[in-house]
Write a protein that binds this ligand. Structure first.
Ligand code: SF4
Length: 440
């Protein structure tokens, strides 16, 4: 047993969990295979949140079946989001281990048991250290106790579980020691972090601990839930120099009746009050949101309320999706998917066109300004990085800048990215929050 292959799809949590499993296997002496056909252990990190993702997962399972037929000793493990573990076990009997919802945090230990690695390899935490990315995801909490009617996460990821602050802080220290400059704390409902721990811990308290980690430049967290975003968290984001002014806060609809059918647990005015509180402390804060169009029963008037909400709140980024029923959700069993696909597509295009106009205006405010950019890598021979407010910035420069925080003067703007030039390179220190004009 000496090589492994990991295939992951879906959210940043799956990417972060895949990295942790990969590191564990490397510590036990396994090395990454250059192809699935050469792997002794194959791990599939699954996502079934959208139909397209689930289709690709089933496609990859067919590849795993063929690979195992060629290499009968191969161990196949499926983790991440799984809709129906019992059904999947029957459909894919060649899979050696399928993580049940709620067991994914312990998948690493179960995988090591399955492979009998404790006996075969001496644990050497110093072995096989690989260079991580500049920005690394760290899962701090899994599962969700809410029951939004369209969402499959509670049944695929189970109830809420938090990782102890000490464990999270240790992992962040290790990532920084290996070169990471930014961590993104991951959870499906990140404000619920620590509520299941004894003694209870708040996300704001974890942020304060992480803010003290030397060498770490930036901290982000996602995904937020408007109903649980307390004033302590608003204050932590405003006060802690390493925590970026960048919040991913899905609203899903700008209409109270639609939100009620989604069982989101808040009304638009609650959300409005929250972003007023955030912008009162941080006028320049970057806000992203998610919107679903064509939810069952969404009338034209209700959709227009969503467009009016987007005009009013003026997000930096809107992730918009057409509703599609996911088997096993309340919406799929109890609500009628009554909006024709063409109509859903029209609403999607309306949101995209409006958001392009809003993002164009917001980004034009950056023209001529100097902003802090954490340089993450290169694309097409040019550097790229992000501002604290999560704006993507491209620029050319001959110096080795990966992992540096630079001052970049913005020379042109597009709705989805900025172009700039470096005017100064900082030491490895957290950047001060930048100041932009208050939104109109
Ligand atoms: S809060 Fe988020 S993860 Fe939880 S059920 Fe609702 S949409 Fe799904």
């Amino acid at each position: 047993m000496s090589t492994f292959h990991i295939w992951s799809i879906g959210c940043q949590m799956n990417t972060a969990d895949s990295r942790r499993i990969s590191e564990s296997l490397e510590k036990y002496g396994l090395t990454a295979a250059d192809s699935l056909g050469r792997a002794d252990v194959a791990v599939l990190y699954s996502c079934v949140v959208r139909q397209g993702a689930e289709d690709r997962v089933h496609g990859h399972l067919q590849k795993l079946k063929a690979a195992k037929a060629q290499r009968p000793g191969m161990k196949v493990i499926v983790a991440g989001c799984v809709t129906n573990p019992v059904g999947w076990r029957k459909r894919y009997p060649f899979v050696d281990l399928i993580a049940e919802p709620g067991q994914d945090l312990s998948i690493r230990d179960r995988l090591l048991d399955l492979l009998d690695l404790g006996e075969r390899y001496r644990f050497d935490p110093e072995a096989a250290v690989r260079l991580p990315g500049i920005s690394e995801g760290v899962t701090i909490h899994q599962g969700c106790n809410r029951s939004c009617t369209y969402c499959i996460v509670p049944s695929t990821r189970g109830g809420e579980r938090s990782r102890a602050p000490r464990v999270v802080v240790d992992e962040v220290h290790q990532l920084v020691a290996r070169g990471a400059r930014e961590v993104v704390l991951l959870s499906q409902i990140v404000e619920r972090y620590g509520r299941d721990l004894r003694p209870r811990v708040l996300l704001s308290e974890l942020l304060r601990q992480l803010n003290a980690v030397e060498g770490l430049a930036r901290i982000r967290f996602l995904t937020s839930y408007p109903g649980d975003f307390g004033q302590d968290l608003v204050d932590a984001v405003a006060e802690l120099p390493k925590v970026c002014e960048d919040i991913n806060l899905p609203i899903q609809a700008g209409d109270d009746e639609t939100l009620r059918r989604m069982k989101r647990g808040y009304v638009v005015d609650h959300y409005r009050q929250l972003i007023h509180r955030l912008r009162a402390r941080m006028p320049e804060i970057g806000l992203q949101t998610d919107v679903i169009v064509g939810f069952p029963g969404e009338t034209e008037a209700q959709f227009q309320n969503t467009l009016a909400m987007l005009e009013e709140f003026r997000f930096d980024v809107v992730h918009v999706a057409m509703y599609s029923p996911r088997p096993g959700t309340v919406a799929a069993t109890e609500l009628v998917d009554d909006i024709p696909r063409e109509e859903k597509r029209r609403r999607l295009h309306d949101v995209e066109a409006l958001q392009k106009r809003i993002a164009t205006t917001i980004n034009q405010r950056y023209l001529g300004r100097t902003v802090d950019v954490l340089v993450e890598g290169t694309a097409k021979g040019r550097w790229y990085g992000r501002t604290r407010t999560n704006k993507l910035v491209h620029f050319g420069d001959e110096r080795p800048l990966a992992g540096q925080v630079v001052d970049a003067r913005i020379t042109s703007t597009e709705p989805w990215f900025l172009e700039g030039e470096v005017v100064a390179v900082h030491e490895a220190r957290p950047a001060a929050p930048m100041r932009l004009p208050v939104l109109a």
